[in-house]
Design a protein around this ligand. Sequence first.
Ligand code: MN
Length: 208
Amino acid sequence: MFEQIKLTYGFDALEPYIDTLTMETHYGKHHAAYTANLNKAVEQLPELQGKTIEEILSNLDQISDAALRTTVQNNGGGFYNHNLYFAIMAPGGSKEPTGDLLQKINAQFGGYDQLKEKLTAAANGRFGSGWAWLSTDAQGNLQVTSTPNQDNPLMADGGKFTPILGIDVWEHAYYLKYKNLRGDYVKAFFEVVNWDEVAARYAEAVNS
Ligand code: MN
């Protein structure tokens, strides 16, 4: 059984950047539904028993039933992506990258501001629903990308890149407060990123 991560903060803790009702609905309805639908699909797929979500999403083609494969892609992606999203936001923690991750950001992108610009462009440029990502390979090389729907970087290149930060740009992530102004939401998102958590995920992905 896959389970939603437990939030380490209240639904109102990210105000005024992410509003309480959006958090309640996003975590309590959308994320809960992806998780329940993933579990229902996995029950029907003996080949997935005992596998981690990362193993499943990195090898979707091992699911022979096409309809169930799509269900796992959409809902397994939704489960995984939101577990990351809700984990890397927090009212506290470092508001800018530090340590090894910052050094790599400086080396690859020229600085945090430049990385933020790239992520913002990926998020605002995604047409329709999807995500913008900061991912790393096992050598610590970073990558900024965007994917549609509930896809993520694990689903490409046999899972070579592991997402360490994800920006949800589905309208359900911002519409109640920001309406059509996705750019304002993306700007606000950076105010609630906990870079300590992103750095921990970077270290884990590089050392594993
Ligand atoms: Mn979402």
